[in-house]
Write a protein that binds this ligand. Structure first.
Ligand SMILES: Nc1ncnc2c1ncn2[C@@H]1O[C@H](COP(=O)(O)OP(=O)(O)O)[C@@H](O)[C@H]1O
Ligand SMILES: [Mg+2]
Length: 146
């Protein structure tokens, strides 16, 4: 997939790895995602290593679109693990996988990020870059564990 902000995908990958997992610029996405975003009036949140996240109009949910092939696997894995896990070790944001033109997308509860990261429970050490936040019930959950 090409990307308007970073026409060369190597530039984009370099930026993601050199400067962290989060990119603020909205990437160029395939038409099927653009139509979905427009139809549901989604608002751009951020771009990670494999996926780009948008917030729903209600503010309660996030939709994650794969911007590269691995994003599909991440979305499927997260949905699978969250369904199987009873939260004994880690706590996962509620989420569900769905298809848009055979791309695996994910809808997940929206979380707000912690103000401090030095007083979080030990299980968050096992989540890559401590990508955790508080859901509507004020429960601390992971939002990226694929
Ligand atoms: N549930 C969520 N609530 C709020 N923001 C989120 C949520 N999930 C993802 N984000 C935002 O979108 C960005 C990209 O999503 P992420 O799941 O980390 O993608 P990737 O797996 O590609 O790194 C995150 O860095 C974060 O800023
Ligand atoms: Mg991430």
């Amino acid at each position: 997939m090409t990307c308007a902000t970073y026409p060369n995908r190597v530039d984009l990958l370099f930026k993601v790895f050199a400067e962290g997992v989060h990119v603020d610029a909205e990437p160029e996405l395939p038409e099927c995602f653009k139509n979905f975003i427009q139809k549901h009036k989604l608002v751009f949140l951020g771009q990670g290593r494999h996926r780009v996240a948008y917030r729903t109009k209600s503010g309660n949910y996030v939709v994650k679109f794969p911007w590269q092939i691995k994003g599909n696997f991440d979305n499927m894995r997260e949905a699978h693990i969250s369904r199987k896990s009873k939260g004994e070790y880690c706590h996962y944001a509620r989420c569900r996988c769905f298809d848009i033109d055979e791309h695996a997308c994910l809808i997940m509860e929206y979380v707000t990020f912690p103000e401090r990261y030095d007083n979080l429970p030990a299980w968050t050490d096992y989540i890559d870059c401590r990508q955790v936040g508080y859901n509507k019930k004020n429960e601390l959950v992971a939002y990226d564990w694929a």
